[in-house]
Design a protein around this ligand. Structure first.
Ligand code: NAG
Ligand code: NAG
Ligand code: NAG
Ligand code: NAG
Ligand code: NAG
Ligand code: NAG
Ligand code: NAG
Ligand code: NAG
Ligand code: NAG
Length: 609
């Protein structure tokens, strides 16, 4: 199977030819025979670790197909079929492409299954052939060979074995997720916002630094007094306004297709259940005495089974006595405990701590296994890294999930390389081919709820949608965080932004979910692009001008239909004119007035030009 490095190469190789935009910018009426065939090349076909979702382990071979011809397009008239020949596998599903402009590339997948007698994970060779253009003569072929592993063998507890794992395609499809930071830090819900805000969920650590910009040390002293310890917030972290169905209804209304609640943050206070011989520091034994994660995931599974269920988990705990031997300064400091009162320096209890021999093997690993096997997470969203047993965790979990026919994924913060990268409160300025997910709060700089944040500083529906479109056009997912209040209620301002985003997604989803990145450019200025197998989407992140001019080599051909996607003018046909490499979409006032946040247009490959 291909390693992570090879996965990056696929796009880089493709990228080398992207810079040269289509030379054929004029669509003179020529005989068909003068404008076919295209010149296709198959690059880096890879036997991936993915199977076609819902299939009986049909293995995905993923490749990039590039059209190296200077002027001939691949269109549906060329009937491209990609197939495989091998002594090891049989072809189960062939690949196809209906449009490829000159000097552009597309990812194509085919599905194969081991022949009888070939053991899962066997090193193997598969010949790939793309055939096209038969309708106009003898036809043309392009060929390539893939070597890797056929079928899905066991992972071993090593980073080299785990580097063969790809994030499943469902993670490429879901695009928009809701992150939820809810824990003891929601009780004080404090981080000063001037001159710079800091994460409110870092309250306990900030309390130990009188000079820190958030002045949490001083705030706590004035508000609660020096004898009120952080763990005393357990009494004010309640379930009186918590309704898991309401949370899930809101997540569904936002248009998110996955969610990731914090199961245990750096304060070590968990919201899920595990054996009492490893720890009792959780909402099961203290405070509300409820299994919030269990109830939330069960509610999601019952009412919204199509929404993917993830779990955030902090590998270290700031003040766990057992973490002291692994203390790290990375990420703001994880010194280990026991904790001290920041005002008296006296050692204070670490509530719920059960003495163990080793933090990693006796607490961290069993808790992660609990989330994997008892809570059946689909996405392990680790944080911080540091001391870990994650090669053991991930290999056993991936093998177990495979045996159940489930494709799961984990991020890059488990202390080992992961399936995707996680830029935090930032995004990528261009397309990044290794899968990534940008995360941030609706708050300008906090994941946990912060009473100090003015209402007008929160992200609005418009902000969310514009960020989402930008991120998706560059191969990212957007994991947007909300911070519920101490009693489980979700602030109105967050609800409004999420519902507004959801109402846009309800009519524009075809241009977001399940799309892939265009090989040429994600767009510039206010324009962004996404695409699917049979359509190309143009997004304008502002009110567009009446003549929307595009200078990028969009794969439009005479006879294609461009329509408005979403809003009140959904389906309205948009005339396109073209000359000298410029495409003009002629819009109307109705179209401009008929939408909000981002205006989207669907270019359907209806032409067989
Ligand atoms: C794959 O291609 C190689 C090289 O062209 C050829 O020798 C081999 O027979 C092919 N294998 C199959 C199964 O088609
Ligand atoms: C609980 O927390 C809220 C918000 O911080 C605060 O307004 C309230 O006074 C607290 N109640 C108790 C009993 O501490
Ligand atoms: C939950 O807490 C918020 C903030 O303290 C408060 O406004 C709201 O009334 C509470 N809800 C319930 C049901 O107690
Ligand atoms: C607590 O310890 C810190 C660091 O050792 C020291 O700077 C501070 O003065 C001490 N505070 C008290 C109240 O002893
Ligand atoms: C906790 O109990 C389980 C089941 O009895 C056992 O397998 C595990 O080793 C124990 N863990 C610790 C840290 O004692
Ligand atoms: C994770 O654990 C492995 C094995 O103990 C170790 O080599 C690696 O450095 C750890 N990762 C981090 C980020 O500390
Ligand atoms: C991880 O697991 C192995 C095997 O159980 C153990 O030897 C190691 O010390 C563990 N911890 C870390 C931090 O790697
Ligand atoms: C938008 O229009 C298309 C036809 O162009 C139609 O298939 C689709 O259902 C419409 N979407 C909505 C939300 O009405
Ligand atoms: C597109 O619109 C621009 C600005 O209105 C105009 O200058 C240009 O000639 C138009 N091009 C085409 C192909 O219609």
């Amino acid at each position: 199977m291909a390693t992570r490095k090879m996965r990056c190469m696929i796009w880089l190789l493709g990228a080398a030819v992207f810079t040269n935009a289509a030379a054929n910018s004029e669509f003179d009426v020529q005989e068909r025979s003068n404008r076919y065939p295209p010149t296709l090349e198959i690059e880096n076909p890879v036997l991936t670790s993915k199977w076609i979702e819902g299939s009986d382990f049909v293995q995905v071979i993923e490749m990039v197909i590039t059209n190296n011809n200077d002027q001939n397009y691949l269109t549906s008239a060329d009937t491209l079929v990609v197939s495989a020949d091998s002594d090891f596998v049989d072809l189960v599903s062939s690949g196809s492409l209906t449009r490829l402009a000159p000097h552009q590339s597309a990812v194509v997948q085919i599905g194969v299954k081991n022949k009888e007698g070939i053991t899962a994970g066997t090193p193997c060779t598969v010949n790939i052939t793309a055939t096209y253009g038969q309708a106009y003569g003898s036809g043309v072929t392009a060929a390539a060979t893939s070597t890797g592993n056929c079928g899905f063998g066991d992972y071993e507890a090593s980073t080299s074995s785990l580097s063969n794992h790809w994030n499943p395609d469902w993670f490429n499809d879901v695009k928009f997720g809701i992150f939820i930071h809810w824990g003891l830090y929601a009780a004080p819900a404090y981080g000063s916002v001037s001159p710079n805000e800091d994460y409110a969920e870092w309250y306990w650590m900030r309390q130990h630094d009188p000079n820190y910009k958030t002045k949490t040390y001083q705030y706590h002293l004035e508000t609660y007094g020096e004898n009120f310890n952080y763990d005393d917030f357990m009494s004010n972290f309640t379930d009186v306004a918590w309704d898991p169905k309401e949370w899930m209804d809101l997540i569904a209304a936002s248009g998110a297709h996955y969610f990731v609640p914090v199961t245990k943050h750096h304060d070590g206070f968990a919201l899920f259940d595990f054996p009492t011989n490893i720890s009792m520091r959780s909402s099961i034994h203290y405070g509300p005495q409820r299994d919030f994660i269990g109830e939330l995931l069960a509610t999601a599974k019952q009412y919204y089974p199509e929404i993917r269920r993830g779990t955030y988990f902090s590998l270290p705990e700031w003040y766990n006595p057992a973490y002291a031997e692994y203390a790290i300064t990375w990420g703001g400091g994880f010194p280990g405990g026991p904790p001290v009162n920041p005002y008296t320096n006296k050692t204070i209890p670490y509530t719920g701590y059960v003495p163990v021999n080793d933090f990693v093997t006796d607490i961290q690993l069993p808790q992660m296994q609990q989330l994997a096997y008892q809570y059946e997470t689909e996405l392990m969203w680790c944080d911080i890294g540091g001391a870990n047993n994650s090669t053991i965790f991930a290999s056993e979990w991936l093998n177990w999930a495979r045996d159940q026919g489930r494709q799961v994924t984990f991020n890059n913060r488990c202390g080992i390389p992961g399936d995707f990268d996680t830029p935090e409160y930032t995004t990528n300025s261009g397309t990044v081919s290794f899968k990534w997910e940008s995360n941030r709060g609706m708050d300008p700089f906090s994941f946990g709820f912060n009473y100090q944040t003015p209402l007008d500083a929160y992200l609005t529906g418009e902000d969310i949608i514009q960020s989402l479109v930008d991120i998706v056009s560059k191969n990212g997912n957007f994991l947007l965080d909300i911070g519920p209040m101490h009693n489980g209620s979700i602030p109105e301002i967050m609800q409004r932004g999420l519902r507004d985003a959801g109402s846009w997604l309800e009519t524009h989803g075809d241009g977001i979910y399940n799309t892939r990145t265009w090989s040429v450019t994600p767009g510039t200025g206010s324009i962004r692009y996404t695409k699917t197998a049979d359509a190309f989407y143009i997004h304008y992140m502002d009110v567009p001008p009446l003549t929307l001019s595009i200078s990028d080599p969009i794969p439009w051909l005479p006879g294609d239909t461009v329509t408005v996607l979403g809003g009140s003018q959904n389906g309205t046909v948009v005339p396109v004119t073209h000359s000298n490499g410029q495409y003009n979409l002629t819009l109307t006032d109705e179209i401009l007035n008929g939408d909000q946040y981002v205006w989207s247009f669907k270019l359907a490959y209806t032409s067989d030009w």
